[in-house]
Design a binder for this molecule. Sequence first.
Ligand code: GLU
Length: 292
Amino acid sequence: MYIGRFAPSPTGPIHFGSLVTAVASYLDAKHHDGIWKIRMEDLDQPRFVEGSDKAIINSLHQHGFHWDDEIIYQSHRIDIYQTYLSNLNQQGSTYFCECSRKEIADSAMTGIDGMIYPGTCRNKKLDANHHALRIIAKDTFITFEDKIQGSIHQNISKDFGDFILKRSDGIYAYQLAVVIDDALQNINTIIRGADLIDSTSRQIYLQKNLSFPSMNYGHIPIATLNQKKLSKENHSTPVNDANIKNNLIACLKFLGQDYELIEKENTLTNFWTTAIQLWDISLVPKIKTIEI
Ligand code: GLU
């Protein structure tokens, strides 16, 4: 059984870019008679905007999405992350790091997604004391077949280096939490924005280290405005809940779908039934960004 999900960060109301991700992940799951779950990724409490989780949920509801199970919040799952992190510590796969951003910037090479940490603290045997915790990136090749973007082949140590699992401010890193939650929620297919495609091989690496099953991935193009990703942080216009049908049609167009028949439906229920039937992931543009 297909089990998919949508995992917004509650840092503001839903904008066009996140609505597109919700639509794509929902249609792909439902087209395969699957389950679709919602998870609130609210670990980064300083970025959390009070009430935006409710606003996102309300907006999804207004747009006619039906999710399965209760919505889970990452901020309620700290003990779970710590348990898995302790397993990694016991395996000797991690170490504490005291380097500042500046020290890293001065000595590191740039990789696929930011700096490649040069391993300065690997053998220092530091204790927890406000230090970040990193996983040792072994010389491992990860290959996966993305349902949209095609084949991806990366080397964990050469392309990313030892990456952070827990930040020095005590916040569990996205890469760790997402892998644990996807596994414990029995997710098997992840459809999300292409801005996360370079996180995927690190997530697969963590899955292997934690003996979790692997997933299927599809990364849809992200919407950009003046070359910048639409995000809640750059105050992209929130979607207008009064224009439900227009919003959804705009998402289908963005995703390259044949929307003429769907557009003719006059109830939201029929709209979704037809959109689910006609969903064709092979029509989604195989590019990382689309300027809107
Ligand atoms: N919470 C992430 C975001 O809103 C998405 C994470 C994921 O889908 O893996 O960008």
